[in-house]
Write a protein that binds this ligand. Structure first.
Ligand code: ATR
Length: 272
């Protein structure tokens, strides 16, 4: 049986085994999928051992997305642009790196939530790994504009420069956002995850019809979603759908079969 795993530290909380087992069952693929814990600094050894034991592919989670990119022999364009990898596939010549996070968020927005990005003004809050990971697929939708805003302004400027050839992108400080509004606002920061900070963005970011999307997910509304609703976002979602859709994209990369995702939502969140 072909072996797959999600590798991380910590990894015990990961919902990926549940999702991939459901995909495998629904598509009739014979494969196993487990959680693989690796020590910090021990990623490369762990994945080579996994490959020697017959491992065919890995999902990669915190904090190993850069290590995963570094161990790969080849990488997709979207993984190269992100400089980070959430999916590894074992090929004859070594590991192939991909990054399916951007495809995941784009599919959740455009297909599941009916929020097109084409021709829209998109604001991405944050300029860390999460933001980098989604920009190539976001630009493939041909948005009217992408604005980056980050607490550390230089990081947003550097990211805007890095992606400038992909489409219209600007970096603005939080102060410069005042008076501007957007169709889609994506939270790619970790602000508020610990639940203890005032979120730093100005009011007025949302228009009638705007959509607020948090890349993280939780059983209760996240701090960003609570903030967005309190500041007039008419529609919003957390990132559970992104998690499911990035998994489907990884599954397709490994198995060549695209699984249906609709039945996974009620499995992970009965009331969605
Ligand atoms: P990830 O891989 O999840 O993107 P990261 O690379 O550490 O993690 O990036 C975290 C992001 O959240 C960064 O954009 C960070 O802003 P800085 O670059 O200024 O550090 C942002 N962030 C974290 N805490 C924040 C806070 N309290 N307010 C605003 N932004 C915050």
């Amino acid at each position: 049986m072909d072996k797959y795993a999600v590798i991380g530290n910590p990894v015990a909380h990961s919902k990926s085994p549940q999702i991939h087992e459901a995909f495998a069952h629904a598509t009739g693929q014979h494969m196993s999928y487990v959680r693989l814990w690796a020590p910090i600094g021990g990623f490369a050894d762990a994945v080579e051992t996994f490959a020697r034991d017959g491992g065919r592919g890995l999902n990669v989670t915190v904090p190993f997305k850069l290590d995963a990119f570094a161990v790969a022999h080849t990488a997709s364009d979207r993984a190269q642009a992100a400089g980070a990898c959430n999916t590894l596939r074992r090929d004859a010549d070594g590991w192939y790196a991909d990054n399916t996070d951007g495809a995941g968020i784009v599919r959740d927005l455009t297909v599941n939530l009916d929020v097109p990005l084409a021709g829209r003004d998109v604001l991405v809050l944050g300029a860390g790994g999460a933001a980098r990971g989604i920009l190539v697929p976001v630009f493939a939708e041909r948005p009217c504009s992408v604005t980056l805003c980050n607490r550390t302004a230089e990081k947003a400027q550097a990211l805007a420069l890095h992606f400038a050839a992909r489409g219209p992108i600007v970096a603005l400080t939080s102060g410069a956002l005042a008076g501007r509004s957007f169709d889609v606002v994506i939270n790619a920061t970790s602000a508020g995850l610990a639940g203890d900070v005032a979120l730093p963005w100005p009011a007025g970011l949302f228009r009638p019809g705007s959509f607020a999307y948090d890349m993280v997910y939780a059983d209760a509304p996240t701090a960003f979603l609570r903030w967005a609703r309190a500041h007039g976002a008419p529609r919003s979602s957390d990132g559970l759908g992104m998690l499911i859709e990035q998994a489907a994209e990884s599954f397709f990369l490994w198995r060549g079969v695209r699984p249906e995702t609709a039945h996974i939502f009620p499995m992970l969140r009965p009331a969605r």
